[in-house]
Design a protein around this ligand. Structure first.
Ligand code: ATP
Length: 239
């Protein structure tokens, strides 16, 4: 899918509110096929809201959401999911009381067989194969994220939205997970990653955007100037 040469995911002038209080004040962001974009910013900046707008979970109050060049503003989450948008929310989207295998088998609604789903998951994340009968809630945090990713990938997404993948995980585990995410992007998926703490994701990001108080004051390549921007927004010295 997608317009040839254009961004796969595009938010332009997106505003969003809760109970009449605006928390996004005009967000412009694009993600191309195969690109990893990191959306960084302090607590409460509006990162999760931005992802939720992109996934159709939260409606924008103004602005446009384009998918593959098509205006999908106002489309519901289910419709966007069927169009290839996959959101992995913060806190790992797995069912803790079900086994790894049962978590994967639930994805047969995608039209794939249980065997196909398991084979793909275990090929990408071999450790899940070793733990197929284990309750998902007893997996390590990193393994739970792998399971959430494996479930999401079953839908064959064009756009992958990841919210705080690193939450509560050791740095080495995070680095490993992000390597897998980079592989997914190399397969042509447009990846938008929200992170509060930048270091881990910047190793794989092609582009970074800083979100502060519902606006994007800076975006560009993840280089030195980004670090200067980030410290000003995290430490509160920015206007
Ligand atoms: P964090 O890193 O702390 O999760 P964030 O950058 O993801 O923050 P959001 O979760 O998008 O930020 O929140 C942006 C603003 O919207 C915050 O002020 C938050 O309190 C508010 N907000 C988020 N969800 C709701 C909600 N369901 N109802 C009311 N206000 C909300």
């Amino acid at each position: 899918m997608g317009a040839i040469g254009g961004p796969l995911l595009e938010l332009s002038g997106v505003r969003a509110a809760y109970d009449g209080i605006t928390v996004l004040h005009g967000v412009d962001l694009t993600v191309d096929a195969g690109q990893v974009v990191a959306l960084l910013g302090p607590n409460g900046a509006g990162k999760t809201t931005t992802l939720n707008v992109a996934a159709g979970v939260h409606p924008p109050s103004a602005g446009r959401l384009n998918l593959g060049g098509r205006d999908v503003s106002g489309a519901r989450a289910g419709d966007l999911a069927r169009s290839g948008v996959c959101l992995i929310p913060e806190g790992r989207g797995v069912f803790p009381n079900l086994s790894v295998r049962d978590n994967l088998w639930m994805m047969t609604f995608t039209g794939r067989t249980r065997e196909e789903i398991e084979d793909a998951a275990y090929a990408r994340f071999p450790v899940l194969g070793d733990r197929r009968t284990q309750a998902a809630g007893t997996l390590s945090g990193g393994e739970q994220q792998m399971l959430a990713l494996a479930r999401g990938l079953t839908t064959d997404p064009a756009v992958l939205l990841l919210d705080e993948l690193s939450m509560g995980l050791a740095p080495l585990v995070v680095a490993d997970l992000y390597e897998r995410v980079a592989d997914i992007a190399r397969e042509g998926v447009a990846v938008l990653i929200v992170e509060q703490f930048a270091a881990a994701v910047l190793k794989i990001a092609d582009h970074a955007a800083v979100l502060a108080r519902g606006r994007i004051p800076w975006q560009g390549p993840p280089d030195r100037s980004l670090h200067a921007e980030l410290s000003s927004y995290y430490l509160g010295s920015a206007p």
